[in-house]
Design a protein around this ligand. Structure first.
Ligand code: FMN
Length: 218
């Protein structure tokens, strides 16, 4: 009989018969990149991606990953980022979560999800796509690289789009007296497995044992 401490091992080198969604529940919570782009006709597009994160702050680099849709070669977000070389991250805050979810609806290419979800647009400065006016933070990005994975047998191609942040919009009510962002007050939503979501619990501080001068905060 298994003790409470026993482990299940799934050997993926010999076994592909497992629940793929398990990774979404394990690598969690994941921040949600709510990505706005425009197509070649200037029509805006907006969709959430939880295969998303920050990978460097100097240079500032973020990335999101699009899996392949069944009905077309690429999701609109990927096609637009590829064609224009630009995208915008918008924070998916708790007050906007219904609209975040609405913008994940598979709509025909050329449909403006801002209009579909009843969201107001605000202009960007260094890139052409609009940002979500109500979002606490938007990051204007230029595409650095798009990397394709998943061309093996029984695999589904996926594309990771890396972008360099070239502009930052922050609502002033979420900036504290020292110029730092009040994350907890902005309430970014994270995705867990399946259709489960989370918002940050009260945060705590843990001092680093070895701290470089450049890392005294954040
Ligand atoms: C919270 C959330 C997170 C999602 N994360 C991803 C993701 O990381 N990658 C992906 O390919 N699709 C993801 N989706 C599904 C896309 O949002 C959906 O396919 C959307 O229609 C894509 O829009 P587009 O074709 O306009 O780019 C997610 C959906 C939700 C609701």
């Amino acid at each position: 009989m298994a003790s409470d401490d026993s482990s299940l091992f799934i050997d993926l080198t010999v076994n592909s018969d497992f629940k793929r969604g398990i990774f979404n529940a394990i690598i969690a919570p994941r921040p949600i990149g709510w990505i706005s782009t425009i197509d070649g006709n200037g029509v805006a597009n907006l969709a959430p991606f939880s295969y998303f994160n920050l990978f460097s702050s100097l240079p500032p680099i973020i990335a999101f990953s699009c899996n392949s849709p069944e009905d077309r070669e690429a999701k609109d977000t990927l096609a637009n980022a590829r064609a224009t070389g630009e995208f915008v991250y918008n924070m998916a805050s708790l007050d906007l979560i219904e609209q975040v979810n609405a913008t994940s609806t598979p709509l025909p290419a050329g449909t403006d999800e801002f209009v579909f979800a009843g969201l107001e647009k605000a202009p960007c400065i260094n890139v052409s796509p609009p940002r979500v006016a109500a979002s606490p933070v938007s990051l204007e990005c230029r595409v650095l690289k798009i990397v394709r994975f998943g061309d093996g047998a029984d695999e589904i191609p996926t594309h990771v789009t890396f972008g360099r942040v070239v502009g930052v919009h922050i609502k002033e009510r979420f900036v504290d007296g020292d110029g730092y962002f009040r994350t907890a007050e902005a309430q970014p939503v994270a995705r867990l497995g399946g259709v489960q979501y989370a918002v940050s619990a009260p945060s705590f501080e843990l001092a680093r044992q070895f701290t470089r001068a450049s890392e005294t905060s954040y």
